[in-house]
Design a protein around this ligand. Structure first.
Ligand code: RUB
Ligand code: MG
Length: 405
């Protein structure tokens, strides 16, 4: 089967049947429109080979679920913006619908195979960090304050976090190449700090430098950063676009993993009855070559249902042809007291990131990083965070400040 199947939730407006609504989606996105067409006649009837097909409609949660089959031929292989214009295009504005949400896509291997997927994926990232044998969860941090620090002060924070035990340090999404903290100066300063830390600890720490920028500049920014010593790049997929991830991943000079953030997703993932779920986004990021992707937490600050996060993570990690599994990243409002809940639900093939939950530690960043690692160690030892805290001061201080979820 080479066709793409998309699953939608929809609610028709009153007076509109479910059958009419589902067909309206299918026709709008393929060969039809709101009226008969004089451009489709006996001579051009061949276009019907490209009709969409409503495969099923079933009632649920005050609306309906439908599966629509889009023929392989209507896609331009490898053109992700074009895929989205079919599966997630004008249908969201159809006046006959109260709401419609793209829940999932089954991408046929012929459309996926045009991309090479992640160069590193979970195993490649683990290899760099040295956890391919232990398979323990990775701990990351987001430098906070998210904007304002100079390159040298950013590097000092990075050094403290690295000594404390994190595996990954990332820029926050609003920090790119502003005057107060120029990208290349920041990269130099942070990589120097991480090299110093490596001399002391023997551990390699990744730094996801946020190269998110316009399409005419992002590859150049990424290549320059890698040439200057970057060991990971970060890109915001929804603001920069899937093509930005694709362009970075395809470039042979980008020889580092790509950390994919998803700022802006709440604008369309949050409403259960309208918008786009994270799962299709995750599948497209995987094809485009992201090595790790934010999919949310089960106990953090950003909301989102446990079932959805689990299913999003599954789409990143389950077998999908030759495309490597992608590291799911849980981030947003995490602190050591939440580590147990995250790992118990999401498993240990995960990156747990804490910004405030590390730099807000009463004893500073180093102690905060240490407390996050202790919380992970406690989980792996099968001991509660409270019990482990009896013999681990940094964790005890963190739990004293934020409690245990
Ligand atoms: C986390 C942070 C992240 C978002 C991402 O900071 O800045 O950008 O939370 O969330 P903190 P998501 O740890 O201080 O909350 O993973 O849901 O996209
Ligand atoms: Mg952020």
């Amino acid at each position: 089967m080479n066709d793409l199947i998309a699953t939608y939730y929809f609610r028709p407006k009153s007076g509109v049947t479910a059958d009419f609504a589902a067909h309206a989606i299918s026709e709008e996105q393929t060969t039809g429109t709101w009226t008969d067409l004089c451009t489709v006649n006996d001579e051009t009837a061949y276009v019907h080979a490209y009709d969409g097909e409503v495969l099923e409609i079933s009632p649920t949660d005050g609306g309906f679920i439908t599966k629509i089959r889009y023929p392989y031929e209507i896609f331009e292989p490898g053109n992700i913006p074009q895929y989205l214009s079919v599966i997630a295009g004008n249908l969201f504005g159809l006046g006959k619908l109260e709401g419609v949400r793209l829940l999932d896509i089954d991408i046929p291997s012929q459309l996926a195979a045009v991309e090479t997927g992640p160069k590193y994926g979970i195993d490649g990232v683990r290899k760099i960090v040295g956890t391919e044998t232990s398979r323990r969860p990775h701990v990351g941090t987001i430098i906070k304050p998210k904007v304002g620090l100079s390159p040298l002060d950013t590097a000092k924070v990075a050094y403290e976090a690295a000594i404390g035990g994190v595996d990954l340090i990332k820029d926050d999404e609003t920090l790119t190449d502003q005057k107060f903290c120029p990208l290349m100066k920041r990269l130099d300063a942070v990589m120097d700090a991480l090299n110093d830390a490596e001399q002391e600890t023997g551990r390699k720490v990744l730094y996801a430098l946020n190269v998110t920028t316009g399409g005419d500049k992002i590859v150049e920014a990424g290549v320059n950063a890698v040439r200057a010593g970057a060991n990971m790049l970060m890109v915001d997929v929804l603001t920069a676009g899937f093509s930005a991830v694709q362009a970075l991943a395809r470039d042979p000079a980008i020889t580092v993993p790509i950390h994919v953030h998803r700022t802006m997703h709440g604008a369309f993932t949050r409403n259960p009855h309208h918008g786009i779920a994270m799962r299709p986004i995750a599948k497209l990021v995987r094809i485009c070559g992201g090595d790790q992707l934010h999919t949310g937490t089960v106990s953090g600050k950003m909301g989102g249902s446990v079932e959805e996060v689990l299913s999003d993570n599954k789409s990143l990690t389950e077998r999908f042809g030759f495309v490597r599994p992608v590291f799911p990243v849980a981030s947003g409002g995490l602190h050591p007291g939440k580590v147990h809940a995250e790992l118990a639900t999401l498993g240990t093939d995960i990156v747990l990131q804490a910004g405030g939950g590390i730099h807000g530690h009463p004893d500073g960043t180093r102690a905060g990083a240490c407390a996050m690692r202790q919380a992970v160690d406690a989980f792996l030892a099968g001991v509660s965070a409270e019990e482990y805290a009896k013999t681990h001061t940094e964790l005890a201080q963190a739990l004293g400040k934020w409690g245990v979820k």
